[in-house]
Design a protein around this ligand. Sequence first.
Ligand SMILES: C[S@@+](CC[C@H](N)C(=O)[O-])C[C@H]1O[C@@H](n2cnc3c(N)ncnc32)[C@H](O)[C@@H]1O
Length: 212
Amino acid sequence: MEITSNDIKFIREFSGNLYKDLEDIRKFAEENYIPIAKPEVAAFLNFIVKVKKPKKVLEIGTAIGYSAIIIANAYKNANIVTIERDINLAEIAKENFKKAKVEDRIDLICGEAQEVLQNLTNKYDLIFVDAAKGQYIEFYKEIKRILNREGIIMWDNILYKGYVVNEKNVKHKRRTIVYRMREFLKILNEDKTLHTVILPLGDGVALNFKEV
Ligand SMILES: C[S@@+](CC[C@H](N)C(=O)[O-])C[C@H]1O[C@@H](n2cnc3c(N)ncnc32)[C@H](O)[C@@H]1O
């Protein structure tokens, strides 16, 4: 027997207690319909950062800074560049970084990720992608260029609310995203330069590891 959505709910409740000090941000996000990483994804991100100890981290999709603060707290030597296109969310994120006393290690770039990525020249040890699902293929091309050797990419929401698997229930407006996400997963699967795993966490998480 395989895991069911009830098991996933259990895992979520179990993971929910890990971040008491970030509860205010989570509550604010919930009340204002701002999507942030699900508790089990946040717990996994925290775990990966603790194991990997990445000095340079890139995040695409800051929202109000919840996941960036988790990364900063998980490893005190991590320096983070995070990209957000919504100026209002970016302002709230900056305030949250100050409150969490991590603002000196987080550089928030407000802009369209695709454009910002093209101008990045540094290499990153961990790249967390949590932004427009329809653009993952474009992000992928740029991200591979700036991923360090032994670097990890973590992609959130790759099963897109279950629609990537369960195409029947997809409304018309979401179809393009689903097709693009399937295409993206096919590209990941066929790319032999990276090791890839897909995990049934939250909305689906994919991980790449660049060995050489
Ligand atoms: C799911 S939220 C990020 C949540 C955040 N990572 C967290 O867990 O706290 C996605 C964010 O990505 C931003 N975004 C989406 N597409 C983007 C793009 N192409 N460039 C920059 N930001 C983007 C959205 O404005 C939104 O705030």
